[in-house]
Ligand binder design. Structure first.
Ligand SMILES: Nc1nc2c(ncn2[C@@H]2O[C@H](COP(=O)(O)OP(=O)(O)OP(=O)(O)O)[C@@H](O)[C@H]2O)c(=O)[nH]1
Ligand SMILES: [Mg+2]
Length: 201
């Protein structure tokens, strides 16, 4: 989870993993850890481990150390905060620079969509979509408060990672904790069946 402080990263995770929303939630100190299980397709159960990083600058040296062992990231801004949107490019560049030559798959999330009024919105959907396009990622608008599109945001990222694994875009590597597979042979079988389907098409 990446993005400026108070954009609602912890709130998104709380909504997704516990279906709760707190008006007064503590700012994250360093990094928090959340776990969630998801069946991405019948018989394929995935354990998702989330690193909920603090957006505050003073924790950056701690949070940076989590980038390399992550396969995916939600880049989060608040649709009512122009500066949180302006900083997305920096968050993206910082992660990419630190993990290269490896890659991280991203989804851009415009948060607090429950505050989508003419007076409050500071970033248009079109502008956010344009940035997401430039950075090569999908864009979703969500609200941890109402729950709108929260599950969709996390599952979109999960499915991107899963597809990346099946297509070979993501490789399992010794000493890398981004993805672990308890049954690598089963993954190989899935890959073979995907490539057969692709050949048939
Ligand atoms: N209206 C509204 N408020 C929200 C939403 N999500 C979070 N908030 C509020 O925004 C504030 C900050 O939320 P957090 O989840 O702590 O933000 P964070 O990004 O984790 O912040 P750091 O841990 O400091 O990086 C809290 O007061 C939340 O209640 C939302 O979808 N809508
Ligand atoms: Mg937080």
């Amino acid at each position: 989870m990446l993005g400026d402080s108070t954009v609602g990263k912890s709130s998104l995770l709380k909504r997704y993993t516990e279906d709760l929303f707190l008006e007064s939630i503590n700012q994250t100190v360093g990094v928090d850890f959340y776990v969630h299980f998801l069946e991405v397709e019948p018989g394929v159960r995935v354990k998702l481990q989330f690193w909920d990083t603090a957006g505050q600058e003073r924790f950056r040296s701690v949070t940076r150390s989590y980038y390399r062992n992550s396969v995916g990231g939600l880049l989060v801004f608040d649709i009512t905060s122009r500066s949180s949107f302006d900083h997305i490019k920096e968050w993206h560049a910082e992660v990419c620079q630190r993990v290269q030559p490896q890659k991280v798959l991203f989804v851009l999330v415009g948060q607090k969509i429950d505050r989508d009024t003419h007076e409050e919105r500071a970033v248009s959907r079109e502008e956010a979509q344009k940035l997401a396009g430039q950075l090569g990622m999908p864009y979703v608008e969500a609200s941890a408060k109402t729950g709108q599109n929260v599950r969709e945001s996390f599952e979109l990222l999960t499915r991107r990672v899963y597809q990346g694994l099946l297509s070979g875009e993501i490789e399992l590597q010794e000493g890398w904790d981004g993805v672990k597979c308890v049954a690598p042979q089963a993954l190989q079988l899935q890959r073979n069946s995907v490539s057969k389907k692709v050949c048939r098409v």
